[in-house]
Design a protein around this ligand. Structure first.
Ligand code: SF4
Length: 268
């Protein structure tokens, strides 16, 4: 059996939380792998639950329209959800935690370097410390080097005109950045503690919850305390990727300089 079929069957057979019995069953990913980029939504809606495909309802249609407007091909995107079963509302923290392994497996299978998150539930799966109002239209790095760009969920955009405008504008920026292969000017602060690193970032330290810290804040963070053998007061949700110390890539360094000193031109 191919990797694709194996993964689909594993998700379809999942009974790790109560949602499998209160919905028509899990709705696995769609799209190619490897893909140009991955889209992570919140959870299937009623139409997706019946149809067994992600983003086939009204929000999916709006998303496809805005992706096309941004010069992207929706069919080239790998699409999945933070929670794979229809939750009849906002998914509970228990279902999000139970489905985390499914999300991780799907993103690993997609083999993408860029992930587009839609809505605060999907954003929270990667950076629970960030709020959509501050994070939308911008990117942050994961410990393994993947880039996450976050924006509003199209279902929210269908409810409010200002969110609709933000989604459309964000996706235009996303499309431009994908085509240019550069996130310069779109990176949000890298350190989960001091938000804007004052001393420069020669290294990023990621804790078990996948949160990034600068070298100055790392010793007092839960990950730094664990590393030093000190008691850890707060334990976050399991990370989608392994904790790591990584040197800044050239691109991240440029993004950081552009963030701290807006308007700075950095020669490649
Ligand atoms: Fe499994 Fe996720 Fe469905 Fe829960 S929501 S039963 S974890 S596939």
């Amino acid at each position: 059996m191919t990797e694709r079929l194996e993964l689909r069957e594993r998700i379809l057979d999942c009974t790790a939380c109560e949602l499998h019995s209160t919905s028509c069953g899990p709705v696995p990913f769609s799209g190619p792998a490897p893909a140009s980029f991955a889209i992570v939504g919140e959870a299937p809606g009623a139409e997706e639950d019946k149809g067994g495909q992600p983003f086939v309802g009204r929000s999916g249609q709006l998303l496809r329209k805005y992706l096309v407007d941004a010069g992207l091909e929706p069919d080239q995107a790998f699409i999945c959800n933070t929670v794979s079963c229809f939750p009849h509302g906002t998914p509970s923290p228990a279902s999000i935690a139970a489905c985390r392994q499914n999300l991780r497996d799907q993103l690993d299978f997609a083999r993408v370097s860029t992930i587009l998150t839609l809505g605060s539930v999907a954003l929270g799966a990667f950076r629970p410390d960030l709020r959509m109002t501050a994070a939308h239209g911008q990117t942050f790095a994961l410990p393994d080097g993947r880039t996450v760009f976050s924006t509003y969920h199209p279902a929210a955009a269908l409810r409010r005109a200002d969110w609709d405008e933000a989604l459309s504008t964000d996706l235009l920026r996303f499309g431009r950045a994908i085509k240019q292969g550069s996130w310069v000017g779109l990176t949000i602060e890298l350190c989960a503690s001091c938000r804007i690193p004052e001393d420069g970032m020669e290294e990023i330290f990621f804790d078990n919850a996948g949160l990034p810290y600068c070298q100055k804040c790392w010793p007092a963070s839960p990950g730094g305390r664990a590393e030093a053998g000190k008691p850890v007061p707060v334990v976050g949700p399991p990370a989608l990727v392994e904790p790591a110390h990584i040197p800044l890539t050239e691109r991240q360094a440029v993004n950081l300089i552009q963030h701290v000193f807006p308007g700075t031109v950095v020669e490649p």
